[in-house]
Ligand binder design. Structure first.
Ligand code: OAD
Ligand code: ZN
Length: 241
């Protein structure tokens, strides 16, 4: 595993992850299965229109994903990223498109879940956000404890604006190294962050099973599984033997 980069503690490093990093934890990615996500069309389960058309089905889907995520454990890829955070402290930010919570379980503290979280939901009427563990999930469509209206999963669907966009914008202006791991680079705006970082002068590094769509903007690309490659790369980057 060769890399030409070495990080100092005062380097600002941003990592962006996607579904690929959780694949070795047994969670399916989105685009490796004929465009189906756990046997569903993305349009049916990941758009506000799909939720309006069939809220019951969409809730059933996310309840299943939530229970599945509770059983999943972080893998060596997650832990390698956590090690990088430990080394860099406040000079580190992890942006993830994943909603499974595994980065936090691995111990990461500086995590921005830009596509939301399976562990929360919010009211379609009053907007109150709740940890899902505090909600009665038995009804087909769980209801807001405050106002009785329908709750919805706290997932950023297609056509909605991801979380932390202002913070991401700001951090991209000062980042020295931008690392993308386990993401196909097909969903905007996440896919263009590597490009924006590069335009701002950052060195860019990718780790993925297949070459991602934004390969062109990577200064260094490592092909393979994040669980196998990231631990070795992190050792090199932070100079641990
Ligand atoms: P994708 O399913 O599009 O891409 C996953 C990538 O991970 C693919 O390029 C695979 O080659 C790669 N991969 C698979 N297993 C791997 C492994 N063990 N190690 C390294 N790479 C591996 O997932 P995302 O890019 O995360 O949005 O998709 C982005 C967004 O699209 C998701 O956040 C989701 C979806 O619609 C929402 O739900 C809002
Ligand atoms: Zn409410």
């Amino acid at each position: 595993m060769e890399t030409k980069f070495r990080f100092n503690r005062d380097d600002k490093v941003v990592v962006l992850t996607g579904a690929g990093i959780s694949a070795e934890s047994g969670l399916k990615t989105f685009r490796d299965n004929d465009g189906l996500w756990e046997n569903h069309n993305v349009e049916d389960v990941a758009t506000p229109e799909g939720f309006r058309r069939n809220s019951k089905m969409v809730w059933r889907f996310y309840k299943e994903r939530y229970y599945q995520s509770l059983k999943a454990k972080p893998n060596p890829g997650h832990y390698a990223i956590e090690r990088l955070e430990e080394f860099l402290g406040d000079n580190f930010i992890l942006i993830t498109q994943n909603v499974d919570g595994l980065h936090s379980l691995a111990g990461d503290k500086r995590v921005w879940e830009m596509h939301g979280s399976l562990q929360s939901c919010f009211c379609t009427k009053c907007g109150t956000n709740y940890p899902i563990k505090d909600i009665d999930l038995n009804p087909d469509i769980p209801l807001c404890p405050k106002c009785g209206s329908a709750l919805r999963p706290d997932i950023v669907w297609f056509g909605e604006i991801p979380y932390y966009m202002n913070e991401i914008d700001a951090v991209l202006k000062t980042v020295n190294y931008f690392i993308v791991a386990g993401t196909s680079g097909t969903v905007q705006p996440a896919a263009s962050l590597v490009y924006l970082a590069k335009m701002n002068g950052a060195k860019t590094i990718g780790v993925n099973l297949l070459p991602p769509e934004n390969l062109l903007f990577l200064d260094e690309f490592h092909q393979g599984k994040t669980g196998e490659i990231l631990p070795k790369l992190v050792e090199k980057w932070i100079g641990v033997k």
